[in-house]
Write a new protein. Structure first.
Length: 246
């Protein structure tokens, strides 16, 4: 009689990067939910990095006060607001585990859905969430559509929802980026694709923001994104420096 063998998938070690700007109302709960999700899905070795991007409220203090994580939690604070890309770059460069899990801290994603990304993950893959039903204002959706129309013209197709802040990728993919603004996600994916990584997509749920203020439709944020897009288009060397996956 042949015994049935059950193979258990071994998850990579994970650095969860949570960028935060004035998210004092939800940051502690986001940290706790993220830690619980990683444990429940079977990630044995992980760390959580909260990147406080110059918040004027108690975001950093409330994140640091979360109990029960010990050395698994680090809060990295910028003395002033550097922008979304600057926050992500700090987190990606500080990550120490094999894979990086990116999730925004505003409560619009469910961290338990990392299970969908882990099911497809590999050292040569970037797993990108896409919002099944985007819960943002019409103005933010308009800017998103216009901007990424230009991205496709300049760099070819990447994924259907480039800026979805729910991604899992090898640590090396996120290191040495340049963008300080919203273009950081485009830079990440174009650079990964050019290095030979496979881009894969998974639908994830997106929930309405209940606290705080979104900055994605701020005209200064939008103009910075277009400026960085122009710089990236005219300086292809910005996309160099990533070794092909092993």
């Amino acid at each position: 009689m042949t015994e049935k063998v059950t193979l258990t998938r071994v998850h990579p070690s994970v650095s969860a990067v949570l960028p935060a700007y004035n998210e004092e109302a939800v940051i502690a709960e986001t940290v706790r939910r993220t830690a619980t999700a990683l444990v429940e899905v079977g990630v044995v070795d992980f760390e959580i990095l909260v990147i406080d991007d110059g918040s004027s409220d108690a975001t950093a203090a409330r994140a640091a006060a979360v109990h029960g994580l010990g050395t698994r939690l680090r809060v990295i604070s910028h003395p002033h607001n550097r922008g979304y890309g600057g926050a992500l770059r700090s987190g990606f460069d500080a990550a120490t585990r094999d894979a990086v899990f990116l999730m925004d801290s505003d409560g619009q994603f469910d961290p338990t859905e990392i299970a969908r990304l882990l099911a497809l993950y590999g050292p040569d893959r970037v797993i990108c969430g896409y919002r099944i039903r985007r819960r943002d204002t019409w103005l933010r959706r308009f800017y998103h559509t216009a901007f990424f129309g230009l991205v496709r013209l300049g760099f070819g197709p990447t994924t259907r929802d480039v800026n979805c802040a729910f991604k899992l990728f090898p640590r090396a993919v996120g290191q040495g980026l340049h963008a300080d603004g919203a273009l950081v996600s485009t830079e990440l994916l174009v650079r990964a694709r050019r290095s030979g990584c496979q881009l894969m997509e998974v639908g994830v749920h997106h929930y309405p923001r209940t606290t705080g203020r979104a900055t994605g439709a701020d005209i200064r944020v939008v103009l910075r994104a277009f400026r960085e897009l122009w710089q990236l288009r005219n300086d292809p060397a910005m996309l160099d420096g990533l070794e092909p996956p092993a």
